[in-house]
Ligand binder design. Structure first.
Ligand SMILES: O=C(O)CCC(=O)C(=O)O
Length: 227
């Protein structure tokens, strides 16, 4: 795919997320088959609760081809400005709402690439973001973050009414975000999601510690449940 990785990396720094329409369009069909091999959904396609497989990259060469592709390498190179590592990958059958959260607040930046195999729209669980909320100095205890998490009590808003950028997605699109950014999905329908997470090669002690913490936190995240 053709993509100006410098511009996308800059969008990620400024806003914390970027939508790449059609970035995985040529593999979407095989990704769908691979997903169905890994997670068996009930006949009506609607599991009662979320299902996650954390070993998606080991089990899905189709997803590994994307995580190891030249365009992902170029984007990670432009963003991290050094070599990068793909640290984890997961396949998720998501149902219902994902409340406002960030995937931790790290001073070391991590990128998460997500692909929805089902179309998502404003009223059917599209991922949404608060632009700029990825700054580590917001933190969990930072006022903006706390107010967003307590949106009903502090702001008188439902989660879906918090002003945000809703990224509607079609199969074949890729959404990439800095995992510090506040994100959510409301009015959720069933959505099959594939994802992988990248970090710049950790050099300093903080980067190495953050990378270990990030890796472990993926497995205890409140926004996904283990199938
Ligand atoms: O699609 C969703 O429900 C949210 C997904 C999410 O929070 C994530 O992939 O980190």
């Amino acid at each position: 795919m053709s993509l100006d990785e410098t511009e996308v990396a800059q969008r990620l720094r400024v806003f914390g997320f970027a939508h790449l329409p059609g970035a995985a369009a040529d593999t979407v069909e095989e990704l769908g088959h691979a997903f169905d091999r890994l997670i068996e959904l009930p006949a009506d396609g609607a599991p009662a609760e979320r299902v996650t497989r954390f070993d998606a990259l080991d089990e899905m060469p189709e997803l590994r081809r994307i995580s190891g592709s030249a365009w992902v390498g170029a984007l990670c190179g432009a963003f991290f400005e050094r070599r990068h590592q793909v640290i984890t990958g997961d396949a998720n059958a998501l149902v219902g709402d994902s409340y406002w959260h960030s995937d931790g607040f790290y001073t070391t930046p991590f990128l998460r690439f997500v692909l929805y195999l089902d179309a998502t729209a404003h009223d059917t669980g599209a991922l949404r973001f608060l632009p700029g909320s990825h700054r580590a100095d917001n933190g969990w205890l930072g006022e903006p973050t706390q107010h967003v998490i307590r949106h009903r009590e502090d702001l008188g808003l439902t989660g879906g009414d918090v002003p945000a950028v809703v990224v509607e997605s079609r199969p074949g699109d890729v959404i990439v975000f800095d995992t510090n950014v506040m994100h959510a999905a409301w009015h959720g329908d069933v959505r099959r999601q594939l994802a992988f997470n990248c970090v710049g090669e950790p050099v300093t002690e903080t980067e190495q510690r953050d990378t270990r913490r990030y890796f472990l936190n993926r497995y205890v995240s409140g926004s996904v449940s283990i199938g």
